[in-house]
Write a protein that binds this ligand. Structure first.
Ligand code: 9MR
Length: 363
């Protein structure tokens, strides 16, 4: 009898996969602990932007509980607004590095990667830039100096930079609202990548956009652009889907295919701003069914990233409804993050943790 048990145990040991047993991950008490080592799990760091007009102080510097959860749950952080032009470069010859420095220092203390966001965008630019009168040469120098100054300051401390953010519109055309593209032509995109690479040769440089979660004109245009940039030996390293999802439009069930298309070009991929908003009932409280659906959307997005070899970063755009941008921009929608205002965990949180815990440890 004992012999039979021993034999069975030995067989089980031989058949068991390498690495610690699954229950060790299942009992992980945070997302970052549950995640396989090849995947960074990130959150936006709340501050600036819409927060400025809300009835609470700037979250990151003022909310200790918020910072504790941010440190415990995540292995990557993305400044939500603190590295955008209007914030970090408020006057032509003036930079405001304090808030971004604090986030980078926090990340280093807590063993977290940082995603830099963003260098070339049509939105949240300061008035001095948007409304100034510059020659083409001046505008080009302004962008170049900005990239060398900001990327250079955090050289070696940023895992990934969203170099070009939302540069194409829904028809796959260059956005003319982008002052640099409009005034200097689309060739400026390649220059921005080259300058960022010179300023920090180790940072992975990304194209980042929304509306690329399903195949279509916009994804096609990005694939063409990526191929062109790579053919010109531009230091482009990754393509990211922001993934601001709404339960009005369905689950991101084709996201893996989209990411795979860019992986096939030799690029890394990432999900950079995931949230899942919903129409709130009159009570303002989501139903159990809505929460269950939301959890499947989060899981589907994570599964997409896990299914693609080069998808190395999965970031949610804030982890608590308390500070989410969603109700501010979409007044009848909300509850888009994985935790309630009091940091209580929703089904979506547990769906992510379980999926991470069950993901292969290597790929
Ligand atoms: O979350 C950001 C919010 O605080 C700002 O007010 C808003 C202004 O445009 O930008 C939000 O973040 C955006 C991100 O930088 C780029 N992708 C879309 C995000 C949501 O609007």
């Amino acid at each position: 009898m004992r012999k039979a048990i021993l034999a069975a145990l030995t067989t089980a040991a031989i058949l068991a996969p390498l690495g610690p047993p699954a229950f060790a991950h299942g009992s992980a008490d945070s997302l970052r602990e549950a995640a396989p080592r090849y995947l960074r799990i990130g959150s936006a760091v709340a501050g600036g932007g819409h927060h400025v007009d809300q009835p609470y102080p700037d979250p990151f510097p003022n909310d200790r509980q918020y910072r504790r959860v941010l440190a415990r749950e995540f292995s990557s952080v993305s400044p939500e607004n603190q590295m955008k032009w209007e914030f970090i470069h408020p006057a032509r010859h003036e930079y405001n590095f304090g808030p971004a420095d604090a986030i980078v220092a926090f990340a280093r203390k807590n063993g977290q990667a940082v995603r830099g966001h963003t260098l070339l965008w049509h939105s949240q630019n300061p008035a001095w830039l948007q409304e100034g009168t510059f020659t083409k040469a001046e505008l080009r120098k302004i962008l170049k100096d900005h990239i060398f100054t900001v990327v250079g300051r955090y050289r070696g401390k940023i895992q990934q930079w969203d170099v070009a953010n939302e540069i194409l519109n829904e028809n796959g055309e260059y956005r003319q609202e982008n002052i640099f593209i409009r005034e200097l032509g689309p060739g400026i995109v390649a220059d921005a990548f080259r300058w960022a690479h010179q300023a920090d040769p180790h940072a992975q440089l990304f194209l980042n956009d929304y509306g690329v979660e399903w195949p279509g004109v916009k994804v096609d245009a990005y694939a063409t652009l990526a191929q062109q940039l790579l053919a010109q030996r531009v230091p482009l390293h990754g393509f990211a889907s922001q993934a601001h999802l709404s339960m009005r439009y369905g689950a991101p069930d084709q996201l893996a295919g989209v990411l795979q298309r860019f992986d096939d070009l030799g690029l890394k991929t990432a999900i950079t701003e995931l949230d899942v908003r919903m129409d709130l009932p009159a009570s303002g409280v989501p139903t159990a069914e809505q929460l269950a659906t939301q959890a499947t959307y989060y899981k589907t997005a994570l599964d997409a990233c896990l299914a693609v070899d080069g998808c190395n970063s999965f970031t949610i755009w804030g982890f608590t409804d308390k500070y989410s941008w969603v109700p501010v921009f979409f007044p009848s929608e909300g509850a888009a993050t994985v935790m309630w205002d009091d940091f209580g965990k929703k089904p979506a949180y547990f769906a992510l943790k379980k999926t991470l815990a069950e993901a292969p440890r290597r790929r």
